[in-house]
Ligand binder design. Structure first.
Ligand code: HPA
Ligand code: ZN
Length: 343
């Protein structure tokens, strides 16, 4: 159960977000405002009607609505406004650094130029209140050739991207479908991540690591079905970017009380807490933290571990990492000291 002290700790502690799809931060109000600005007609009559459609039964039922929502993004300013809204909102949750996914194929397939997408998102990251870097995701329901063509389009903007990822429909689209494009990205010095083990089996986590050579696994919660894989993830300290509210909305777990986050942490895995698609799943970073701390037997020590893990698992330069980790340690030292101790 969550008391006031724990609530203060998880809200106020410095943290990094490592699993956020920027198109999933598009709130219904902004979808309607952009639709009006761009003269796009929507299948929903009002913000409330759209929000009412956010009743998902699995990953695909969410993706269908998520791609429809993104159809209002046409101009560079639209991408800027969406990204800035996320950065400002995350700053309020004491997020200090975000590694932001974007899905260029969702936009280029509609005729929006690649440069419109990346310039809008990147410019907001320069102007926003927190540190932010970009991870370009390939849509796994499309072909590897399509992913390679997207990488070619990204090459002139190489310095604006820290890494690449793999998202969209997981089942039936194993990581090894993207072996060549990930190898090219690795040669380019891009950092590598992939969604695996959200709806897909533990074997997808293994091939993401062994065939694609990814450094972090997005979601990864199904790893516990394989004791050998769990032991390996702990031994190699491979980070998992866990998204608790997403997991409930997409029915990876029936209820938050059944989430395996405590088991992952207590097994020594580098688990982190993230929002995934906050406009669709019921909340931003602190909403996710409060939901798991409310439902699960998580302690202040777990909170500190989660805050530390978020920076340790980031792609920040070593010096920046050390500075943020020192900030976390300082926060917990002062939280546990003196008469106003909140631990
Ligand atoms: N899984 C896969 N693809 C996605 C997700 C997710 O949770 N969110 C946005 N694209
Ligand atoms: Zn995701």
């Amino acid at each position: 159960m969550l008391n006031d002290q724990m609530r203060n700790i998880v809200q106020q502690m410095p943290k990094a977000e490592l699993h956020i799809h920027i198109e999933g931060s598009l709130e219904p109000e902004l979808i309607f405002a952009l639709a009006q600005r761009n003269g796009v007609s929507l299948a929903y009559g009002s913000v409330d009607e759209l929000r009412a459609a956010y009743a998902f039964s699995d990953l695909q039922s969410f993706l269908d609505i998520y791609y429809a929502g993104a159809s209002v993004l046409l101009k560079e300013q639209d991408f800027y406004d969406m990204t800035m809204a996320y950065l400002v909102r995350s700053h309020a949750d004491n997020v200090r650094h975000a590694e932001i996914f974007f899905d260029p194929q969702t936009h280029t397939a509609r005729g929006v130029p690649f440069e419109t997408v990346i310039n809008g998102i990147w410019r907001a990251c320069q102007d926003g209140p927190i540190s932010a870097t970009l991870i370009m995701c390939f849509l796994r329901h499309l072909s590897e050739d399509d992913a390679i063509a997207t990488l070619e389009e990204a090459l002139p903007f190489r310095d604006k991207i820290i890494g690449v990822g793999l998202d969209s429909s997981e089942r039936g689209h194993p990581p090894e479908k993207f072996t060549r494009v990930f190898e090219r990205c690795r040669q380019l010095g891009l950092r590598l991540v992939a969604h695996a083990g959200e709806e897909g089996p533990p074997a997808y986590i293994e091939t993401a690591l062994d065939v694609l050579n990814v450094e972090r696994i997005d979601h990864g919660v199904r790893c516990l079905e394989s004791p050998e894989l769990t032991a390996r993830l702990a031994k190699e300290q491979i980070a998992l970017t866990v998204c608790p509210l997403s997991n409930i909305k997409l029915r990876v777990f029936g209820e938050m009380e059944a989430h395996n986050l405590v088991t992952l942490l207590d097994a020594g895995l580098v688990a982190t807490v993230n929002s995934d698609d906050p406009a669709y799943f019921g909340g931003y970073m602190n909403d996710n933290f409060l939901a798991v701390f409310d439902a699960l037997p998580l302690t202040a020590a777990h909170a500190r571990q989660l805050a530390r893990n978020s920076f340790t698992a980031s792609f920040l330069a070593p010096e920046a990492k050390r500075a943020f980790l020192a900030e976390v340690d300082q926060f917990f030292a002062s939280a546990s000291a003196g008469n106003n101790a909140i631990i």
